[in-house]
Design a protein around this ligand. Structure first.
Ligand code: ATP
Ligand code: MG
Length: 557
């Protein structure tokens, strides 16, 4: 009996309870709120699938909202890129993208209301002084000397801030809450700063910008968000989120913030700041380098969106931070490709194999199954000749006893073709093998011997006269350490500068027809994605071995 398995987690449970209780009139509305200051990464994907997944499951809506309150770092090019990445991830926002900046007028008016209510004041102290006066846990806060300015004085100063009559940093607007609150975020948080920078949407219209805390909950309310889902570090902000909503005239139901643990992955850095450094310092080839954990990088690497979604649903969401092994994500990618990828042959480190008894100039077309997991993918004809490429590591002149691949006197199978026995290795002046000479048994066509004799290994191969050239990039982990930057270390110290190595490969003719971004399995070598811009370039997506299964075995054993 098969039951439909719905993702279950504490956030969905809460939404289900709210809906059952008729809260928000039974409405469910979420939002995904990126700041347009960088590209989306796999951590964002977790938030994307949570927010859009909930909207789908509860027949609600999910907005894409650009949280654009800091003009210094933000740019329209990121807006465009994020929209494209969401499309690629396979989610569709409800309606057009929203922008926090669309609500700058309303936010300003509400801030004036606060001032009029005696709940906000203009402070002329500098940022360092304000921070120091906040104190700390168990340490008293110090009230600003400007805390008790009159409403009229504050209103005049706040308007002067808006009208550009103060310099950047000369003063800020702060909420007047409680300088002795146990929660630091309630110690008179800053609501507005002066920042003369051109905003990507509002241009030079504003010189003051709201902080995250002043903007986020109110814009949730303006848009009609019911469930404002964010990562755990905002749990401490929740009392402030609620305080702000308590003190403005809400146009609709009051939204509620729920926090979940962000995604951390071993061998991976998900800090935008560090990712930007990698790009700007040329340590990778850009935001879409196949080693980057960005949506663009993973896409170039051959990670399908379906696998990212399946992974995110599998790891689910929890209330405590943890780190997920990268091998688990890779196993979702491998499982997907094992089902869908066509099998092909490619030789990454080519060595000539010449069959001495092959009829001169003869081409034998062998029929090969494209994907044993899916008969619908059919077969293809692959040319076999007496002049082949094989993998250099599949031949040894003086082999140890346990070496079962080619060595003089040993018979092996060339996949889907014939048995061959090596007779000799040709050396160059430096003693390197440059060619293997072999004989074949015509009775073994298709890869089996009529007399039932067995061989211990099967090698992949490519016909030399038919081979196409390809560049193949192999990857190690970008960060050697499982926890780059742990204990305050610089994650860049863990960077593996040699994490990409490239090969001039020889590939079977069918690989000349691979489309940009298509992922195929190179037999015995792994899954490889044709580059999005140049399909003669392949990126190794993931190897064939299920390392996640090994990790689990070690744990239980
Ligand atoms: P920063 O605030 O440093 O610019 P950020 O990663 O928080 O970086 P945002 O653009 O603010 O970037 O994130 C958009 C949404 O994605 C937020 O709701 C955030 O909580 C969520 N998010 C970001 N990183 C992760 C992660 N590693 N796991 C899960 N969700 C994440
Ligand atoms: Mg953020």
């Amino acid at each position: 009996m098969s039951e439909q398995v719905e993702p279950v987690d504490f956030v969905r449970e809460k939404v289900r309870d709210d809906q059952a209780a008729g809260r928000f009139g039974g409405r469910v509305q979420t939002r995904f709120p990126p700041e347009p200051n960088g590209f989306l990464h796999v951590g964002h994907a977790k938030s994307v699938y949570l927010n859009f997944g909930i909207a789908e499951e509860f027949e609600g809506t999910c907005h894409l909202r650009f949280d654009d309150t800091n003009p210094l770092a933000e740019d329209t090019s990121y807006v465009q890129a994020i929209v494209e990445d969401l499309t690629w991830l396979g989610v569709v926002p409800s309606g057009p993208p929203r922008f926090t900046s669309d609500s700058f007028d309303q936010l300003y008016e509400w801030a004036e209301d606060l001032v009029r209510a005696g709940l906000a004041y203009v402070d002329d102290q500098d940022q360092a002084t304000i921070s120091a006066q906040r104190g700390g846990f168990g340490q008293p806060g110090v009230e600003s000397p400007h805390r008790d300015r009159s409403v009229e004085d504050n209103l005049e100063r706040f308007r002067a801030m808006r009208d550009g009559r103060y310099a950047d940093g000369e003063c800020v607007l702060r909420a007047k809450i409680d300088m002795q609150a146990d929660n630091m975020w309630l110690r008179d948080p800053v609501l507005y700063r002066i920042r003369r920078a051109r905003h990507h949407r509002t241009g030079d219209r504003w010189v003051i910008y709201p902080t995250y805390d002043w903007a986020h909950g109110q814009v949730d309310a303006i848009e009609g968000t019911t469930h404002s889902i964010c990562t755990l570090e905002f749990a401490e902000h929740r009392p402030l989120y609620d305080w702000c909503l308590d003190h403005v005239e809400l146009p609709s139901d009051r939204p509620e913030q729920t926090e979940f643990a962000r995604l951390n992955l071993t061998h991976t850095v998900l800090s935008k700041r560090v990712l930007r450094t990698l790009v700007e310092d040329g340590l990778v080839d850009g935001w879409d380098d196949a080693r980057m954990p960005t949506v663009r990088g993973l896409r170039r690497r051959g990670y399908p969106a379906q696998a990212l979604r399946a992974f995110c649903e599998h790891i689910s969401v929890a209330r405590t931070n943890s780190t997920v092994e990268i091998e688990l994500l890779e196993s979702f990618v491998r499982t997907h490709h094992n089902r869908h990828a066509l099998r092909r042959m490619a030789v990454l480190d080519p060595l000539k194999l010449t069959i001495a008894n092959w009829p001169d100039g003869h081409v034998e077309w062998v029929d090969v199954v494209n994907n044993p997991e899916d008969p619908a993918d059919g077969t293809r004809a692959v040319p076999f000749t007496g002049e082949l490429w094989i993998e250099r590591e599949d031949f040894m002149l003086d082999a140890p006893p346990k070496y079962f691949r080619l060595t003089p006197g040993r018979e092996v199978r060339l996949r889907n073709a014939f048995f061959v026995t090596a007779t000799d290795g040709v050396l160059d002046g430096d003693g390197n093998v440059v060619e293997v000479v072999a004989t074949y048994d015509p009775a073994t066509r298709g890869g089996a011997a009529p007399d039932g004799r067995k061989v211990k290994s099967t090698l992949h191969w490519v016909s030399r006269p038919h081979a196409a050239d390809a560049t193949v990039h192999l990857y190690e982990r970008l960060f050697r350490s499982p926890h780059p930057g742990a204990d305050g270390a610089d994650p860049l110290d863990d960077l593996d500068a040699g994490s990409r190595s490239s090969r001039a490969a020889k590939v079977e003719p069918a690989l000349g027809e691979v489309g940009p971004g298509e992922v195929v399995q190179f037999e015995r070598l792994g899954y490889f994605a044709a580059d999005l811009d140049d399909p003669t370039v392949f990126h190794r997506t993931v190897g064939l071995r299920d390392e996640w299964a090994n990790i689990q075995k070690q744990r239980s054993g």
